[in-house]
Write a protein that binds this ligand. Structure first.
Ligand code: LLP
Length: 427
């Protein structure tokens, strides 16, 4: 198969081929690799900004807040970029709060979700002035009440409800079915709101939900919207001052060439129709759809080897850098950095880790890469670096943010010393 890489319907944003070289802004990926080494995550600031703005545009007719889901990519430079755009943040741990604050995010624009917040995390959130805390169980609400009382705080609180909706996505990233650990069943939520409304000092003012991630059909959200609205009105009838609904994140993106992303504007239309004229603030928590296509993992081919009837391309990026193929059988396109019109060969792209699950692509027709060639694992901006580890004592990759003619090393490559930081050998 001969494929022209000149025109690009690949699932990447902010990167393009020109003169047969993959570039982002003013920089060729060959120059980035030369300067920073490989494996390296490269992100396009322009694409991230554009995606964030697409949400703002799509929701401009209704009162809304976009809380970027930090878990998708918590690189400080990206958080700072989004904070400058005016984004709020959705966090799930004290660590994510720390990152948001370090990046200059406004704590009042932070919503805090998660099933297992600890006392220390709740204290940290209240002391930092986090905007809204979403609780996922009665004992968690009770702990928040106690911590808030101790600190003299009166936080805005929402209960995350579980709408029992099939998100039709990978089972590990579907969260809105009653069999999942998340949230409180809608039928139990009303009673819990009533009980907790008497627990001063909590201000029960919002309802949240999150159906799942990588959702391909916006219609999946219709049911969730209806359930949240109807619960909000029942609670208001009972005198509770519910003024905000949060629908979580979840819009899917294209990973395979030609595969469309779920439409942000169709999602905006659905929400605008449902919430127009309502005096409710709508919060959303997109992660993947803001950063996913705006990042690649740049890697270099170490060896090509044949084993039986198979050809393996051994590259310097591995499952510790990008675990999605191994963990979710996720598809990521593999693109050459220098596009030559070469013949294609069927191969597996694998890393150096001692596990057969360590692959970035399996059984793919790819250009005939040679050792030393650079390749880009596409659509790696979301749930890429954040899920990376030091498995096999591999230093974690560098991260680079490119903004037009400017390039920043957002995170330097880890060193061998970083690998043992905090450890003692007890010799
Ligand atoms: N809000 C809550 C409460 C969430 O649990 C999540 C994602 C989001 C927002 C953001 O969802 P997004 O817009 O990114 O779909 N590691 C998996 C994805 C896990 C998603 C977990 N929750 C992956 O690589 O596909």
């Amino acid at each position: 198969m001969n494929r022209s890489y000149g025109q690009c319907d690949f699932p990447i944003q902010g990167f393009q081929y020109s003169s047969d070289l993959l570039r982002c802004g003013a920089f060729g990926m060959d120059a980035v690799a030369q300067r920073v080494g490989t494996p390296t995550y490269v992100y396009s600031a322009e694409a991230i900004r554009e995606n964030y703005r697409s949400y703002s545009r799509a929701l401009k007719g209704i009162p809304h807040r976009v809380h970027y889901a930090v878990k998708a990519n918590s690189c400080l430079a990206i958080l700072a970029l989004l904070a400058r755009e005016g984004a709020g943040f959705d966090i799930v741990s004290g660590g994510e709060l720390y990152r948001v604050l370090k990046a200059g995010g406004d704590p009042r624009e932070v919503v805090y979700s998660g099933v297992g917040k600890t006392r220390a995390e709740l204290q940290y959130a209240l002391q930092s002035g986090v905007g809204t805390i979403h609780c996922e169980s009665e004992p968690e609400l009770a702990l928040l009440r106690d911590v808030a009382t101790e600190l003299g705080a009166s936080p805005a609180v929402g209960i995350r409800v579980n709408p029992d909706i099939d998100a039709k996505t990978h089972p590990y990233i579907a969260t809105g079915l009653s069999e999942h650990k998340f949230g409180v069943a809608v039928e139990d939520a009303e009673g819990l709101y009533q009980r907790a409304s008497e627990w001063s000092p909590l201000r029960l003012s919002s309802i949240s939900c999150h159906v799942g991630s990588q959702i391909r059909d916006v219609a999946v959200f219709t049911d969730a919207v209806e359930q949240l609205l109807s619960l909000a009105y029942r609670l208001r009838d009972q005198g509770l001052p519910i003024d905000a609904l949060n629908l979580g994140g979840g819009l899917g993106i294209g990973y395979a060439t030609g595969e469309p992303s779920t439409s942000i504007s169709a999602y905006g239309k659905l929400l605008s129709r449902a919430f127009e004229g309502q005096d409710l603030q709508i919060g959303i928590e997109p992660g993947r759809s803001i950063v996913g296509q705006a990042g690649i993992l740049l890697s270099r081919v170490l060896y090509r080897k044949r084993s039986g009837r198979k050809t393996f391309l051994v590259v310097d990026g591995a499952m510790n850098d990008l675990v999605r193929p191994a963990l979710y059988q996720a598809h990521h396109e593999i693109l050459p950095v220098a596009s030559r019109n070469s013949r294609s060969v069927r191969c597996d792209v694998v890393g150096p880790i001692c596990e057969s699950g360590d692959f970035l692509a399996a059984d793919r027709m790819l250009p005939a890469f040679e050792p030393g060639d650079l390749l880009a694992v596409a659509t790696a901006g979301a749930y890429g670096f954040v899920l990376s580890s030091n498995y096999n004592a591999r230093p974690r990759a560098a991260e680079v943010l490119i903004d037009g003619t400017k390039m920043r090393i957002a995170r330097r490559r880890e060193t061998l010393e970083d690998l043992i930081r905090g450890e003692e050998a007890w010799k």
